[in-house]
Every structure is written in C-alpha cells, then in structure tokens.
Design a protein around this ligand. Structure first.
Ligand code: FAQ
Length: 314
C-alpha cells in the first residue's frame, strides 16, 4: 500500500485490468474499498431481518421455502463480501465490531418495517431490483475480489427480484383487499428504494465519494445515473403488475429518453443514515443480541480449530 497512485496502478486501471490483493494500491483506494465492501456486507446481514420477520407467517409452505432460501442467500452474500474485504488486510471480527458500535454503516433501506406479507414482495421487486442495478456495474469494479463476488451475488439477486415480482403479481390478481395490500407496500417502499442509490450527484444533497471512486474504477456510474436507470426499468414493470408508483410526476420525457420524476427527499435519507429511521434501533439491538448469543458458537469453533491444528500441520 502506498500513499500516492503509482504509474503501474494507473496503467492497470487505464487498461481495464484488475487490481489484485497483492498489487500495490494507494491507501485511499484500499480505505474506500473497505468502507464500501464492509457497508455492503453489513447490509446483506442486516437485510435478513425485515424478511426474516415473515418466515414464520408466509402464506404457504412453498412461499415459506422460497423465502427461507432467499434469506439464506443473503447470509451467503454477506459471507462472500466479508471474505472479499479480508483480502484488503482487515479482519471480519473487527468489521463486525465497527458495525456494532456505529463506526460503519449499512444500507438505509433495512431501517423500514415489514408490516404485511406484501412488503416481502415489495422488497424483492424494488429493493433487490435496485440492488441489481447498483451491483451489475460492480461486476466490472477495478478490485478483482469485489468484482468476482458480485457476479454470483447478481445472479442470485435476479432470482430474488423475480420472486418479489411474483408475490406482488399474485396479490395484484387477487381479491381487492390483496391488491390494496400490494399497492400499500409499493407506496411505502418506492421512495426508500430510490434512496438506496445514495445522495444526489451535485448540490446541497450530494455525497462526496463518487468522483474519486469513479476515477479509481470502483464505481462505474454516479448515484443519479443508476437511480434513473432503475426508475426507467421499473415504471413498465409496475404497469405489468397493474400497480401504480406513488409519484404523479412520473412521465416519459422523449427528449431526455428517460422518465421525469419528483426529486427525492434526501432529508429523509440523511435522517435514516444518522440512525433516526423507523427501525434503526430495533435492527441494531437484534444484530448485537444475535452476535452476543452466538459467542459460544465462535468459541467452540475456535476450540475445535485449536484441537485439530497440530494434526493439520503434521
Ligand atoms: N444507506 O458519496 P456517497 C443489498 C453513505 S443492497 C446508508 O454516494 P458512496 C441486497 C455513504 O456510505 C444494499 N448510507 O458514497 C439485499 C457515505 O458515507 P460516509 C447494499 C449511505 O459509497 C436486498 C455517504 O452516504 N448495497 O444489501 C447510503 O460512493 C434485499 C455519502 O454517499 C451496497 O452497499 C444508503 N443508501 O456511494 C439484501 C452496494 N447511500 O462514509 C437483503 C455497494 C450513501 O461518507 C435483502 N455500495 N450512503 O460517511 C455502493 O454502491 C455505494 O457505497 C453507495 C454509496 C452507492 C451505496
């Protein structure tokens, strides 16, 4: 790790190559990747909670089996991402400590409650849909281990998105009460899903990391570009579902070749990121409690490894 970009590092980026763990890299590049990858990993495991809330109440055995598989996939995604982050010389246990004491973040979206079964559909359709739009370009991220982890994650997210669409499709074709439940879930999850892409590219609501992350080939598109891509993709899908999106300004702009929309209220995003969303306290308390309750499993695994270590090296 070096302070400045070296010529060899720049050459790899300019030729579209991959930076690998043993390659020389600027300290800022390494730190940015650790921040983003850890935040991404934390999001995957905190993201198990809102849907996990419905496993015991899924409306059929089939829906329950599918939801259990999805939530388990999310644990797997967390695992790939923590393992990928560890190639940058950090320790997973330390990353978890940083999540637990608030030094690292997780996605704002998982601080919203899942009030009905339709919310599980809205999460699959909108949240996984947004995750795919954000993560497909990350398969071309300049850091090899992150890019490779994203390939498999994206394949699994595509299945997740289809299952969410299928839940909402079934409800939207059902009784008026079921259709209303689906519409209510979409109404509540639409704006928070748009906030997943992060703050605006410019102005008072802008983030700050995008320009540097794009120069380093970590991000390939800006937050607003990806948000627009997601909106353009989702409007026709809402039509196919027979549901509406809660934004009267959504209209096709022929000149821009995109849907126009009401600007996102970033005050809400910043409030949620600062810990003041509807479920932040509950999510963190559950996570910290699960970690504490799992201490004996980690201790047992360590004792087992220690017992078998001499045999493994013999
Ligand atoms: N929530 O300058 P930028 C999933 C923070 S999908 C919380 O734009 P950057 C799948 C940001 O960290 C969700 N914090 O920053 C799933 C920064 O903080 P700092 C996970 C946010 O990094 C589905 C500050 O604001 N996906 O889990 C958010 O260049 C269903 C300034 O922002 C990923 O993490 C937010 N929404 O761009 C699982 C994707 N937005 O350090 C279960 C990878 C921004 O300055 C169920 N990450 N911040 O204090 C990324 O692509 C990027 O990190 C962005 C943010 C686009 C999220």
């Amino acid at each position: 790790v070096v302070a400045e970009e070296s010529a060899s590092f720049r050459d790899v980026l300019d030729s579209g190559g991959r930076i690998e763990p043993r390659d020389e890299m600027p300290e800022g590049y390494r730190r940015t990747l650790i921040r983003q990858m850890a935040q991404h990993a934390h999001s995957e495991i905190i993201g198990m909670q809102p849907e996990g809330n419905w496993i015991s109440r899924a409306p059929s055995l089939r829906r329950k089996a599918i939801l259990m598989a999805k939530v388990q996939d999310e644990a797997g995604h967390g695992l790939y991402l923590y393992a990928a982050a560890e190639t940058l010389g950090v320790d997973r246990a330390d990353l978890l400590d940083q999540l637990h004491d608030g030094r690292q973040k997780y996605s704002s979206i998982f601080n919203y409650p899942t009030l009905t079964w339709a919310d599980v559909g809205a999460i699959g359709w909108l949240v996984d849909g947004a995750a795919i739009v954000n993560q497909v370009p990350l398969c071309r991220c300049s850091y090899g281990p992150y890019a490779r982890a994203m390939v498999r994650v994206c394949k699994e997210e595509s299945f997740h998105q289809r299952q969410g669409f299928d839940i909402l499709h079934t409800l939207a074709q059902g009784t008026p009460a079921q259709k209303a439940m689906a519409q209510d879930a979409v109404d509540r999850y639409w704006w928070p899903s748009l906030m997943m892409f992060g703050p605006a590219d410019s102005g008072a609501d802008s983030g700050g990391h995008t320009a540097q992350s794009m120069a380093w080939g970590i991000k390939r598109f800006s937050n607003d570009e990806l948000r627009q891509k997601f909106i353009d993709m989702t409007v026709p899908q809402a039509d196919a579902l027979g549901l509406t999106l809660p934004d009267p300004a959504l209209t096709w702009n022929e000149e821009r070749g995109h849907f126009d929309h009401t600007p996102v209220d970033f005050t809400e995003l910043f409030e949620v990121i600062a810990g003041r969303g509807p479920c932040n306290e509950q999510r963190m308390a559950h996570r910290v409690g699960a970690h504490r309750d799992g201490a004996w499993v980690r201790d047992a695994a360590e004792a087992y490894a220690a017992k078998h270590a001499p045999r493994a090296t013999a």
